[in-house]
Write a protein that binds this ligand. Structure first.
Ligand code: FAD
Ligand code: NAG
Ligand code: NAG
Ligand code: NAG
Ligand code: NAG
Length: 534
């Protein structure tokens, strides 16, 4: 029986792209969203609500707009490269309007259970129970796309912090944190040096009396603003680098990255130096962090050994009076609306390419956006959805259960060797590699070599330029006529929002010769890479 009606659970960025992909393939999506609006994590609320993702007021993207965009809907050219969360919301609203997605979303509708129907092995159908305004309704669907996000349930490891129950002053998770106003003049300890911890600690350090950033492990601190002021991801996430990194050993890459980051500030002297190598754990964005540390507003400390009524005692034996403790200790998964078989999903026991559970008789359930790409989420979720929808329709096939389980083990083994065994790294995947892998399944991975013969200008940008998602709309199913232009104009869209003061006096002339040399050099490199790959 062909899949027709699909339930999309959640209307965050993953859910939105899932709806769009269903429509593209002629399916009938119904999206259930527990809250009263789209956007998921990106919708800022003055007060965090239990069971929903939440962000602080100042949250700014850590992926740049060209890398973050949906593959057929570039950001307006005047949007900043790293935008504030409110801009991201604007973009999502424009996307929804442009592709007319709103009429497919039921708001204030929480999915409470998803169960296989008794005839599942022949029909692949699901019973879905939805709670709308306290009223439960039951529906039958042919396919399910789980887009419920994984930054919803704060992880608060209080048992690892002896004495925290004795501590008389406020403590809470960054999930609850909104803005620095009420913290002025306070002495604060932030626990955890992930992206949220670093952000919140730096922000607070501008108003607090003193901020301590406590970390067990340390972190490599990298920056949104990379060489020549380019957005970091547009420089590093390219096919070219992906190619070279395949020939280099991990330790060469680690050395290169660590030297580069240490060159900016010495991680040992600044107290953040981790034990682990650069590639083995998620680095932390901290554009402002060295400034906060060097001006003494932020002091880096080891793990807290114990709390007393009003102090924290650190592992180095120092004791500090503390007014507020903020835990930046990450999130946990919860898919309780699914059957018990899915309990382990999202933890160690993963899904086939992070999308399909391998043990279903019919592949009619897909997880979208339940992974941590080292890169932007929107394009990843979108590509996963494009693949899932084609599997639902039978246009692509999954391999056998045995193969999938073996593949999961293989991937797991590879990732385990690469990354530290931390919950934050369990679902971490290298960006370009993962995108290409899914794209190959659908047949939309650009063939740079053929492209070079037809359209060398485009091929060079595809290979050396940022690996933006428009590349996956150049050919195959879901081809978009605007993809070529979007790729060739991406650098203009990067520069436009920064260059707001135009210089009229004559720029020093860039010589024709150096341009020629540059082009020849890229061509030579390009050909070299291909010869090596043959
Ligand atoms: C602090 C922070 C900063 C980040 N910055 C970036 C960044 O700069 N760039 C980037 O690419 N990624 C970033 N991310 C990753 C981020 O998770 C993704 O960008 C994106 O928000 C994930 O979207 P999603 O749709 O998968 O999940 P969510 O945004 O969490 O949306 C899930 C939706 O599902 C709904 N839902 C859940 N369960 C149910 C249910 N049972 N029934 C009905 N509805 C349900 C929720 O209400 C919610 O609206 C960041 C994450 C965090 C925590
Ligand atoms: C190098 O790039 C080409 C073109 O994108 C690709 O076909 C090839 O698989 C890549 N090789 C490696 C080792 O990543
Ligand atoms: C950092 O500083 C320490 C001590 O000053 C020094 O020994 C070390 O070599 C420096 N590290 C780098 C990468 O420069
Ligand atoms: C994976 O699941 C199997 C059975 O479902 C279990 O025995 C195994 O311990 C799980 N592995 C991990 C790492 O969670
Ligand atoms: C951006 O921040 C989120 C939240 O901490 C993190 O999960 C993601 O990996 C970060 N992005 C990159 C490219 O590191």
């Amino acid at each position: 029986m062909p899949v027709k009606r699909v339930a999309v659970i959640g209307a965050g960025v993953s859910g939105l792209s899932a709806i769009k992909c269903c429509l593209e393939e002629g399916l009938e999506p119904t999206c259930f969203e527990g809250s009263n609006d789209i956007g998921g994590l990106w919708r800022y609320k003055e007060k965090s609500e239990v069971g929903r993702p939440a962000i602080y007021r100042s949250l700014t993207c850590n992926t740049s707009k060209e890398m973050t965009a949906f593959s057929d809907y570039p950001f307006p050219d005047d949007y900043p490269n790293y935008m504030h969360n409110s801009k991201m919301m604007e973009y999502l609203q424009m996307y929804v309007k442009h592709f007319e997605l709103l009429k497919h979303i039921c708001f204030l509708s929480k999915v409470c259970s998803v169960r296989k129907r008794s005839d599942f092995s022949s029909t692949g159908q699901w019973d879905v129970v939805v709670d709308t305004d306290g009223k439960q309704e039951s529906y039958i669907f042919d396919g399910i796309m789980v887009c419920s996000g994984h930054y919803t349930y704060p992880n608060l490891p209080l048992k690892d912090f002896p004495g925290i129950r004795k501590f008389k002053r406020p403590y809470f998770h960054t999930w609850e944190y909104k803005n620095p106003e009420k913290f002025s003049g306070k002495r604060i300890v932030v626990i955890g040096i992930g992206n949220s911890g670093a952000d919140v600690a730096c922000e607070l350090s501008h108003v607090a009396k003193q901020v301590f950033l406590s970390t067990r492990r340390g972190a490599w601190i990298w920056n949104r603003v990379w060489d020549n002021g380019n957005p970091m991801d547009t420089v590093l996430f390219t096919r070219f680098y992906n190619n070279i990194s395949n020939w280099l050993t991990t330790s060469v890459i680690n050395n290169w990255a660590e030297n580069k980051l240490n060159y900016k500030f010495n991680h040992t002297n600044f107290g953040v130096q981790p034990q682990h190598r650069f590639l083995s754990h998620q680095p932390t964005f901290g554009d402002d962090m060295p400034n906060c540390i060097i001006s003494g507003r932020l002091l880096v400390k080891p793990n807290v050994m114990e709390f007393t009524e009003n102090t924290a005692i650190f592992e180095d034996g120092t004791e500090e009076e503390i007014d507020v403790v903020i835990f930046a200790t990450g999130y946990t998964f919860d898919f309780s609306f699914l059957e018990d078989d899915f309990k382990n999903i999202g933890s160690q026991n993963s899904t086939y390419k992070f999308v399909f559970p391998p043990f279903l008789e019919k592949p009619t359930l897909a997880f979208i956006g339940i992974l941590q790409p080292v890169g932007a989420t929107i394009p990843t979720s979108e590509l996963q959805s494009r693949w899932a929808v084609r599997i639902f329709k039978g246009l692509n096939k999954l391999p056998s259960k045995k193969y999938m389980i073996a593949d999961i083990k293989r991937t797991r083994g590879k990732l385990d060797k690469q990354f530290l065994p931390s919950p934050r790294d369990v679902n971490r995947v290298p960006y370009v590699q993962y995108m290409d892998e899914i794209a190959s399944e659908i047949g939309v991975k650009p063939n740079v070599f053929c492209l070079f013969l037809r359209d060398p200008k485009l091929a060079l940008e595809v290979f050396f330029g940022p690996c933006t998602a428009y590349q996956y709309r150049l050919q195959g199913p879901g081809k978009w006529a605007g993809a070529r232009t979007a790729i060739l104009t991406q650098r203009e869209r990067i520069i436009k929002p920064i260059k707001t003061r135009v210089l009229y006096h004559n720029q020093p002339p860039s010589s024709k010769l150096s341009w020629l040399l540059g082009t020849c050099l890229s061509l030579a490199l390009f050909i070299f890479v291909f010869l090596m790959n043959r």
